[in-house]
Write a protein that binds this ligand. Structure first.
Ligand SMILES: O=C(O)c1[nH]c(=O)[nH]c(=O)c1I
Length: 308
C-alpha cells in the first residue's frame, strides 16, 4: 500500500521519519539519515551558539524507553545553516528544529532558516531540560507572544513541537492560540518533562542533571502521545498537519498514531536504541498491517479510530 504522505503541503515518500533529538546532531549523523529509509532528515534542536549540554550521565535506557536530560547539546544554528546544502542530495525533506533560549533567539534563527535550504521549520516549544528555563509550551501567554514574533516572515512551512498536555482546557487553549497564526503543522509530543527514575540499589537517580529530573521517553508515553495527537486532530483545522511522536517502535505503534489522525510519525528513542534500520522495519511492518486490513492507502486509515 502507498505509505507516502503530505505534511504541511510537503511530500514525504513514507510515513516514518526521525524525530529531533537522537543521532541527528553532527553532519555525519545527518548524512546517515539521508542514506536511510527515514522519510526526512530532521536536525537536533539548535540554539544561537553551540552548547555542550548537561553533565553526564544524562541518558539512561529503561526497559520500556529512556529518561534523558541532554540539555540541548548542539553545534549552534550557523553550523546547520552551513551543512543544509550538502544534505539536499538525498531528495527528502530537510526539517530544521529550532529551540531558542529566548523569543529573540528564535526570531533570529527562524528568519535565517527561512532563507535556507530547509523545507520545514520545527520550532521547539517543549525542551524540558535546560535548567532554569520553563517549557514555553506550558506558558500560554509566552506561547502566543512567541508565535506572533516567529510567524511574521518567510513562506517555508513552520510548525511547533509541543509538550504533552493532560487537560481538555489546555488542548483547547493551545489549539485556539495556534489557529491565530500561520502555523502549518504541530509535532506532538515531546518527552514528558521532569520525571524521576530511582535505582534502589545505588539509592540514586539514574541521571545526573537537575537532581535526576529528566524527560521520559519511549513506550511509557505512547498513550499520552496518542491522546494529544487525537485531541489536536479534532480541535485543529485539517490545514494544520500533525506529526505524531512518542513511543513508536513498530508498525503497529505507527498504525495507532495513524488511526489517531497523525499525518506522519517521528521516531526518537527506538532510533536511538536500534539505529537507522528502524525506519525500514517500521515502514514494512506498517505496510503489512495496512495490507492485512485492506487499506490501500494511508489516507484510508487516517483518523479512522472507531469509537466504542
Ligand atoms: O535535553 C534535550 O536536549 C531535549 N530533550 C528532550 O527530551 N526534548 C527536547 O526538546 C530537548 I532540546
Amino acid at each position: 500500500p502507498n505509505l507516502s504522505s503530505t505534511v504541511a503541503e510537503v511530500n514525504f515518500a513514507s510515513y516514518i521519519l526521525n524525530a529531533s533529538g537522537p543521532r541527528c546532531t553532527t553532519e555525519a549523523e545527518l548524512h546517515n539519515l539521508g542514506q536511510s529509509e527515514s522519510a526526512a532528515i530532521m536536525t537536533k534542536s539548535c540554539t544561537l551558539l553551540a552548547r555542550e549540554g548537561n553533565p553526564e550521565p544524562r541518558y539512561k535506557a529503561l526497559p520500556q524507553g529512556s529518561i534523558q536530560s541532554m540539555g540541548l547539546p548542539n553545534l549552534g544554528y550557523k553550523a546547520y545553516l552551513d551543512m543544509l546544502p550538502r544534505l539536499t542530495q538525498y531528495n527528502k525533506p530537510l526539517i530544521v528544529s529550532i529551540s531558542g533560549l529566548s523569543i529573540n533567539d528564535n526570531v533570529e534563527m527562524v528568519s535565517a532558516f527561512q532563507k535556507s535550504a530547509a523545507d520545514l521549520l520545527e520550532v521547539n516549544f517543549s525542551c524540558p531540560n535546560v535548567p532554569g528555563k520553563p517549557q514555553l509550551g506550558y506558558d500560554f501567554e509566552q506561547t502566543d507572544k512567541a508565535l506572533a514574533a516567529i510567524t511574521k516572515f518567510g513562506d517555508k512551512p513552520l510548525g511547533i513541537k509541543l509538550p504533552a498536555y493532560f487537560d481538555f482546557n489546555h488542548f483547547e487553549t493551545v489549539a485556539n492560540i495556534l489557529k491565530k497564526y500561520p502555523v502549518k503543522f504541530i509535532s506532538s509530543i515531546n518527552s514528558i518533562g521532569n520525571t524521576l527514575v530511582i535505582d534502589p540499589e545505588t539509592e540514586s537517580p539514574v541521571i545526573k542533571p537537575k537532581a535526576g529530573f529528566g524527560g521520559l521517553c519511549g513506550s511509557y508515553i505512547k498513550p499520552i502521545g496518542l491522546a494529544n495527537v487525537n485531541a489536536f486532530r479534532q480541535l485543529l483545522p485539517k490545514e494544520i498537519s500533525i506529526f505524531g511522536v512518542g513511543g513508536i517502535y513498530s508498525g503497529s505503534d505507527a498504525f495507532e498514531y495513524l488511526l489517531a489522525g497523525a499525518d506522519a510519525v517521528q521516531v526518537a528513542t527506538c532510533y536511538q536504541e536500534q539505529g537507522t534500520e528502524c525506519f525500514s522495519r517500521i515502514s514494512n511492518e506498517l505496510s503489512q498491517i495496512l495490507s492485512r486490513k485492506n487499506y490501500q492507502d494511508i489516507n484510508d486509515a487516517k483518523g479512522a479510530l472507531k469509537l466504542l
